[in-house]
Write a protein that binds this ligand. Structure first.
Ligand SMILES: [Zn+2]
Length: 467
């Protein structure tokens, strides 16, 4: 597998630390609000990275943090007059729902920052003892000048005139000593911990270092984030982790590009700030957004607009229909290898091979999707003929499900019995040439959110998609 490593700024051949296993840490959400679709693009990117390794038969140990203590969560909780725990648990719940709706592979160890405070204190105490960190009146800071490799990920230079920064978000043009531990002040309300260190709370950067090392080991294979995390967040993670462990922190750093809305940065003031719920309110299936993300390369900016999303919603409907129709097409057994059977097998093998090459070429998901769609076109041809040889069906169906194991754009679902009954009644009316009654039944099915398509000799029901 070839992947682009931000650390070397090259596409590299991936080599795991332990054969057959990938240890992967991805920076998770700060749970102070609903995540927006720009964040969701990043979480789909993580999912594609993980699925790519699984597609190549690696086992993946994936850890994602939930940042449930930082400047924003504390502020949000105080303003809402609830405890930090209640406040962050609510947004964690919404976040998990979003991931499920986007068909993210939930084989993830989620861990909350507040459950790992001891680990953070242990690291900070050692950094302090060894002189990488120092105490100031308002907290404990990491001294960037003490880490000689500072800047190796982002290219940021330490020129000596850096300042000291306590807040989580700071001027992105200058290296600065950053807070590892912030001593309690009245802004933090009831939020504070004690133990190895004076009453206070962790800085954001140390949270990820502590959780990555604790759950995955001092050196791991993969660390992912959005491009805006390269500096200072990931640079700082490297500095504090490597100073602590005296080992390389991460072998491969992967970063996903941003999402724009109508070519502009998303912001509340421009009124172009969307969550997944906003898309659903307009009738979109969440998977149409996943499809849109997959159709672009993770290292390119993705321009979101509703017109474009509509195209993916339509494509999603086509995928759903093609797969369901293929499954419902009548099967028969050819006695021996027919020309058609040989041709189908050849086509399936070629597409699967090309698909794999695309996945392994720094996650060329756009191209992988094209090979998937090409197999669905072949499925449509068979469906239109009204019958398919059993061996051709298995070859096609297995390849489609293997590809979907990576893409995750098709999820099987139950059609309510009531809808099936209506569809069967409609089929009868059609055969009796009572087309008015048949149309009324189709309309009833549609009003219930389902769509009925006619196949040679039968019919298929899917969810209804926007057109
Ligand atoms: Zn992080």
């Amino acid at each position: 597998m070839e992947i682009y490593n931000t650390l070397s700024k090259k596409v590299e051949n991936f080599k795991a630390l332990k054969e057959g296993l990938v240890t992967m840490y991805t920076c998770g959400p700060t749970v102070y609000n609903y995540v927006h679709i720009g964040n969701l693009r990043t979480f789909i990117f993580y999912d594609m990275v993980k699925r790519a390794f699984k597609f190549n038969d690696y086992k993946v140990k994936h850890v994602m943090n939930i940042t449930d203590v930082d400047d924003k969560t504390i502020k949000g909780a105080i303003e809402s007059r609830v405890s930090l725990k209640e406040y962050t648990e609510l947004y964690t719940k919404y976040f998990m729902e979003d991931l499920e709706k986007l068909n993210v592979d939930m084989d993830i160890k989620f861990t909350k920052a507040t459950d790992n405070i001891d680990e953070m204190q242990k690291i900070i105490a050692k950094l302090l003892k060894e002189g990488y960190a120092y105490e100031a009146e308002d907290g404990i800071y990491f001294s960037v000048s003490k880490f000689k490799d500072y800047g190796k990920l982002s290219g940021m230079k330490v020129n000596g005139d850096y300042s000291r920064i306590k807040t989580d978000e700071y001027d992105k043009d200058n290296a600065a000593d950053f807070a590892l531990w912030k001593y309690w002040d009245t802004n933090d309300g009831k939020v504070h911990w004690e133990g190895k260190l004076k009453k206070g709370r962790p800085g954001w950067h140390i949270e990820c270092s502590a959780m990555s090392m604790k759950y995955l080991g001092k050196t791991i294979d993969i660390h992912c984030g959005a491009v805006d995390l390269i500096f200072p967040h990931h640079e700082n993670e490297i500095a504090q982790s490597e100073s602590y462990s005296k080992q390389k922190f991460v072998d491969y750093w992967l970063h996903g590009e941003h999402l724009l809305v109508n070519n502009q940065k998303m912001s509340k003031s421009l009124n172009n700030f969307y969550t997944l719920r906003d898309l659903e309110k307009q009738g979109f299936n969440p998977l149409s957004f996943r499809l849109m993300v997959i159709d672009s390369h993770y290292r390119n900016k993705l321009d979101f607009n509703f017109e474009n999303l509509r195209k993916y919603e339509k494509l999603l409907g086509k995928i759903d229909l093609s797969i369901k129709a293929l499954n419902k097409t009548k099967k028969y057994d050819e006695k021996e290898d027919s020309y058609s059977r040989i041709q189908t097998k050849q086509k399936v093998d070629n597409e699967l091979q090309a698909f794999k090459e695309a996945v392994n070429n720094d996650l060329n998901t756009h191209e992988a999707l094209q090979h998937f769609l090409s197999l669905l076109d072949l499925a449509d041809e068979k469906t239109e003929k009204g019958k398919i040889d059993n061996k051709e069906f298995s070859a096609l169906s297995n390849a489609i499900s293997k590809m979907n194991g990576f893409l995750g754009v098709y999820i099987d679902y139950e059609i309510p019995q009531e809808m099936i009954a209506l569809a069967e009644e409609r089929e009868k009316k059609r055969k009796d040439k009572d087309f008015v009654a048949a149309d009324l039944l189709r309309q009833r099915i549609s009003e219930n959110g389902y769509f009925i398509a006619d196949l040679p000799n039968t019919f298929v029901i899917t969810k209804k998609y926007l057109d």
